[in-house]
Ligand binder design. Sequence first.
Ligand code: PEP
Ligand code: MN
Length: 362
Amino acid sequence: MQTIEQAKNEAGQKAWTKRPLIISGPCSAETEEQVVQTAQRLAATGKVDMLRAGIWKPRTKPGMFEGIGVKGLPWLLQAKKLTGIPTTVEVATGKQVQDALHFDVDVLWIGARTTVNPFSVQEVADALRGVDVPVLIKNPINPDLELWSGAVERVARSGIKQIGLIHRGFSSYGNTEYRNAPMWHLAIEMKRRNPELLLINDPSHICGRRDILMDVAQKAIDLDFDGLMIESHIDPDNAWSDAKQQVTPEKLAEMLGEIKWRHESAEEIEFITALEKLREQINHLDDELIQLLGQRMKIADKIGEYKKNNNVTILQTSRWNQILERAFAKGDALGLSREFITKYFDAVHMESINHQNKIMNS
Ligand code: PEP
Ligand code: MN
C-alpha cells in the first residue's frame, strides 16, 4: 500500500520530468470557486502538468491585492484532489514554506522579488533543510546572474536536489514593449552554466499583456527551454492581480496547440545542430539590439526638443568625441575594432541627427 506522502511525491516527480513541462493557473488564488474552476478547465484541456497560484503576493505598492494567504491553501489542495494535477506556489519566508508543505503543495517557487534578497533566500533555504520538495527559482528582478546563481546555491546547500529555473524577464527602466525585458542571452548563459537544471520560461511576466504571449512562448521553445509557466484565469479581465496578462484556460490550450514544438523528443534534439542553435541566439540578440536602438532614438528625440527650446545647435563636436572615446574604450575591452565602432556609431549618429532634425524643424 502506498502512503499518501508517496502518492503525492509521485505526482510531483512525474510532472517534474515531463517535457515540455507546462505550468498554469491564476496569478493569485482569489476564491475557492475561482481556483477549483480554473483547475478543472485547465485539466479539461489535457495540456497542463502543474497548477500554479499565488497565495502570498509581494506587490510593488501597498494597497494592491497582497494575496489571500493561508486560507487559499486548502483550495489548491481541493483543486488537486479533483483534477489530479500537482500544485506549485510562491514562497518568500520560512513560515510560508511550512504552510505550503503542510497543505501538500508539490513544488515551491521563489519569486523574482525574493531572489534579489539573499537574506530572504537564505531564510527560505533554511526552512527547506531536510525536506524533499522540488524548488523553482525565478530570476531576480535585475539582470544579475550572480544573484540568480547565489539563490540556486543557497537552496542546493540546504539539500534540495530538484531545482529548476524560471526565466521571467528583467526590469529595465524605460522599457515599453515588455513588462520585463527578456534579455534572452542571460537565460541562455544561466543554462550554459547549469545544464542540469530545468529551465522554464514565464511569458506572462515578461509580456505583461496578452497579445505577445505567443511570440515569447515560441521563442522560448525555439531556444530549447524545458517548459512554460503561463498565467490563466476563468475571468482574466476581472483578475485581482495581473489582469492584463492572463488568458482563459481555453485560450491557453489554443496557444499551446499553435506552438511549434520543434524538439519533441530526445532524438529530435540530437538533430538540431549547434549551428542552428547559435543562429537562433543571434536572431534574438539582434531583436534586442533593434529594440535598444529604437529606445536610443526616442531619447535623441527628447534631446532634440530640449535643444530646440534652448536654441542649441544639433551637432556638438565635443559631445560626439566623448561618445566615441567611451565606445572605443569599451569596444577595446570586448575585442571590437575601432574601425567597426567608428562605422557603427557614424550610422547611429546619422540616424540620431535625422531624428533631431525632424523635431527641430517641426
Ligand atoms: C507571479 O508569478 O505571479 C509573480 C509574482 O511573479 P514574479 O516573481 O516573476 O514577479
Ligand atoms: Mn502574476
